[in-house]
Unconditional design. Structure first.
Length: 62
């Protein structure tokens, strides 16, 4: 159990689609998942967010 303020949040997007001749059903849902720091590092989520933040900061410095 990790407190939410220390956990790393990741948003998962789940998409379902069916290709039926009469109707095409598309369904999309978003779910926020929280990981502890060590699990997020293992899955590569934590480092990706760090790199994205560094790129965004570099863009604004120009």
């Amino acid at each position: 159990m990790v407190p939410r303020n220390k956990a790393v949040a990741d948003e998962k997007v789940i998409r379902f689609s069916t290709d039926v001749r009469a109707d095409s059903v598309n369904y999309m849902t978003r779910r926020k998942v929280y990981y502890c720091i060590s699990c997020a590092k293992h899955k590569g989520i934590f480092e990706k967010k760090k790199e994205q933040a560094q790129r965004a900061a570099a863009r604004y410095d120009r």
